[in-house]
Design a protein around this ligand. Structure first.
Ligand SMILES: Nc1nc2c(ncn2[C@@H]2O[C@H](COP(=O)(O)OP(=O)(O)O)[C@@H](O)[C@H]2O)c(=O)[nH]1
Ligand SMILES: [Mg+2]
Ligand SMILES: [Zn+2]
Length: 318
């Protein structure tokens, strides 16, 4: 039995990297047919093995492998699987795992092309928080920021407690800052298509040669490729994960009554709510609503919160 790390998944092929720096193409043993994950006391049907999973496998005569066991994850990042045409609402793969066992997430957005969208950013942040993973915000394409929009957003998010890095692959702004956070960590680069995730990684690690998306991709009209996250070893303790294009994500498995915990600056006000079951929507004597009125919580973040709250289905558990 050999130990390894899943670095890439293509359909039913799992690419597993060993300590000897060799990658084997593996399949999953038959027993891994369905896996139910427990998240916030509810069961969900979920992906069986993900990029970042530690596995044990055997090698066949033809040098391909069979995975026998998957080590328990310390954490994992996921989103609601996109609805598939023809599939029932409760169809399989309700949850799509982006990657497992991550130290930190860089949520990348751009100020222009595509336009900065704070609600989209907040969805990525809430998903990372619900997975219990530290996240950084990168606002890229600062070279296109003609009317200084980045400054306002940077200040807003810094006040909530996030580290915000303004960046550009043209002027190289922010590249050293991002690079300095990476050593000895497993770092995942997440965000909408076209914001510059792969471009930034190519600047920081010029040997990578990651594929750069066509600018038309973020309009959603481009061809949808089905590649998964791609984990790249930098050295023995440093890994980066580039993620494929998505237009939008919905966090998965978050209950209405828990959502406020994933808006980090809300948490200090929750004790002021009159009702334990408060979802900070319309309830009287709500600590969050009061904080919004007193400008202690930015209205932009509360607006994101309400919109996200409205997308959480009550029936999505069994
Ligand atoms: N002006 C400008 N364009 C950028 C910057 N970063 C990336 N791009 C462009 O944005 C497009 C999408 O980049 P890509 O790295 O593929 O984005 P990804 O989908 O997030 O990986 C490409 O045409 C890049 O050349 C930047 O800082 N400034
Ligand atoms: Mg990319
Ligand atoms: Zn409340």
């Amino acid at each position: 039995m050999i130990k390894g790390l899943i670095t890439k998944i293509e359909s039913k092929d799992f690419y597993v990297l060993t300590g000897q720096n060799k990658t084997y193409r593996c399949s999953l043993r038959g027993k891994f047919k369905k896996v139910f994950a427990l998240k916030k006391d509810k069961l969900f049907l979920t992906d069986i093995a993900a990029v970042g999973d530690h596995v044990e496998f055997d090698i066949n005569k033809n040098e391909s492998g069979v995975i026998h066991s998957i080590k328990q994850r310390t954490n994992y990042l996921s989103r609601k699987a996109p609805k598939q045409k023809g599939a029932g609402y409760r169809g399989e793969r309700l949850e799509q795992i982006i990657a497992a066992n991550i130290d930190q997430v860089f949520v990348i957005c751009s100020i222009f092309e595509p336009d900065f969208n704070n609600r989209t950013l907040d969805r990525f942040l809430a998903a990372s928080e619900s997975a219990g993973i530290k996240s950084f915000i990168v606002i890229n394409k600062s070279d296109l920021d003609d009317d200084n929009k980045i400054e306002k957003w940077k200040e807003l998010y810094e006040n909530t407690g996030y580290e915000v890095i303004a960046s550009s692959i043209i002027t190289k702004m922010g590249m050293e800052t991002i690079k300095n956070f990476l050593p000895e960590n497993i770092s995942l680069f997440w965000g909408q298509s076209g914001v510059g995730k792969s471009s930034i990684l190519n600047v920081i690690f010029p040997d990578l040669n990651l594929k750069i998306g066509d600018i038309s991709n973020y309009t959603g009209k481009g061809i949808h490729t089905t590649v998964t996250s791609n984990m790249i070893p930098i050295d023995n303790d440093t890994f980066i994960i580039d993620t494929p294009g998505v237009r939008e994500i919905e966090p998965y498995g978050i209950r209405k009554e828990d959502l406020a915990h994933y808006f980090i600056e809300f948490t200090q006000f929750l004790k002021n709510c009159r009702y334990n079951s408060c979802i900070h929507d319309h309830e009287p004597d709500c600590g969050v609503i009061t904080a919004v009125e007193n400008n202690r919580i930015p209205i932009e973040r509360y607006d994101s919160y309400l919109r996200l709250l409205a997308t959480i289905e009550d029936d999505l558990h069994f």
